[in-house]
Design a protein around this ligand. Structure first.
Ligand code: 8YV
Length: 330
């Protein structure tokens, strides 16, 4: 009996955002956070015009063919490698992501992982908890400096630039970066970063941080050949996506001392992590939580909700990924 557009929320999210959406839409939500298969999602999308997705739901031609009424998928994530954008555009389905609102929070986590890795913080905690700390030693849990070191950032988008600012302004680091395209000189100067080739960056950096979006092109940006270029004292931090790093090659480099240590928030095939990485002591592992603070996750959910409201009720969108679809709307 309702004339409201119908939407699906595929995972549990903040109840207040579900309530907000429910004031505009006829909502089916997964607040029990059940494990829905792609088939479950396709079935539940029948008769829905919109979906709020969280970044791991694959939206491709096969799914879209089953959901002819679908008009928008709003990702509660800045990354959107779960979307097949050309297929969505061909089907006339708008895709939106959640950029901007998680930039500083994610950059904080990049720095936290880099520092925990360089200063062996989790190793130290395990050592202490295991009762192994009996006395001082000059080389006990000895690590690498962050301040004044050379930081190498691969991927110089919003988050990469926020990490560069922290490094240059807060820690007196020399900042090198590599990116598909070079930043305008004024932007390089604003974040205190110098553009170099990927090889140059890997050879010179003391701490390498990865912040590139995942695509076929960025798959295994860091593999055995790249790890071989790095200093033996260097650290590697990945807060981007699993698949940017070849995890098997990384585990090998960590085991053989080819690099000193790694900080990883994302993994190939997560939530599974390969045993070779779990067996390494010189790695700090976190379960894809770089955006996980209360204000940021709330802002991400609200931005996804705003995109659904803007598009389904007003035919526009805040952060469209395939804006060409907007012209076709209505
Ligand atoms: C999300 C992320 O939490 O925004 C992204 O791209 O990786 C994280 O902020 C993740 O996608 C799960 O939703």
């Amino acid at each position: 009996t309702s004339a409201k557009p119908r939407i699906l929320i595929s995972r549990a999210i903040f109840p207040q955002v579900v309530d907000r959406l429910a004031s505009h839409f006829d909502v089916e939500s997964n607040q029990a956070d059940e494990l829905w298969s792609p088939q479950d999602i396709a079935r539940r999308l029948q008769g829905k015009q919109g979906a709020l997705t969280t970044g791991s739901e694959r939206v491709d031609a096969a799914l879209l063919a089953q959901c002819p009424g679908l008009k928008i998928c709003a990702n509660m994530a800045v990354g959107y490698n779960n979307f097949d954008l050309p297929a969505m555009t061909a089907a006339g389905v708008l895709a939106t992501n959640a950029p901007g609102v998680l930039t500083e929070t994610t950059a904080d986590m990049g720095f936290a992982l880099m520092m925990a890795t360089a200063r062996r913080i989790t190793e130290g905690e395990h050592y202490l908890r295991a009762g192994q700390w009996d006395r001082w030693a000059y080389d006990m849990l000895i690590g690498q400096d962050v301040h004044g070191a050379t930081l190498g950032i691969i991927g110089m988008g919003r988050i990469g630039q926020a990490i560069a600012r922290r490094g240059a302004l807060g820690f007196g680091m020399k900042v090198l970066y590599h990116n598909r395209s070079r930043l305008p000189e004024a932007d390089e100067a604003a974040v205190g970063a110098q553009y170099v080739s990927k090889q140059d960056l890997l050879r010179r950096a003391d701490h390498v941080v990865l912040v590139v979006p995942y695509s076929a092109e960025s798959h295994h940006t860091i593999g055995a050949a790249e790890l071989a270029l790095m200093k033996r004292s260097a650290t590697l931090t990945n807060i981007a996506r699993g698949g940017i790093v070849d995890d098997h090659a990384l585990a090998h480099a960590l085991q053989t001392g080819q690099i000193a240590a790694a900080g990883l928030d994302v993994f190939e095939g997560e939530p599974k992590v390969i045993p070779e990485l779990l067996a390494c002591t010189n790695v700090v592992l976190t379960p894809h939580i770089a955006s996980a603070t209360v204000p940021t996750r709330l802002a991400m959910a609200n931005l996804a909700a705003d995109n659904l409201i803007d598009f389904l009720l007003h035919g526009k969108a805040l952060t469209p990924l395939n804006p060409e679809v907007l012209g076709q709307a209505g």
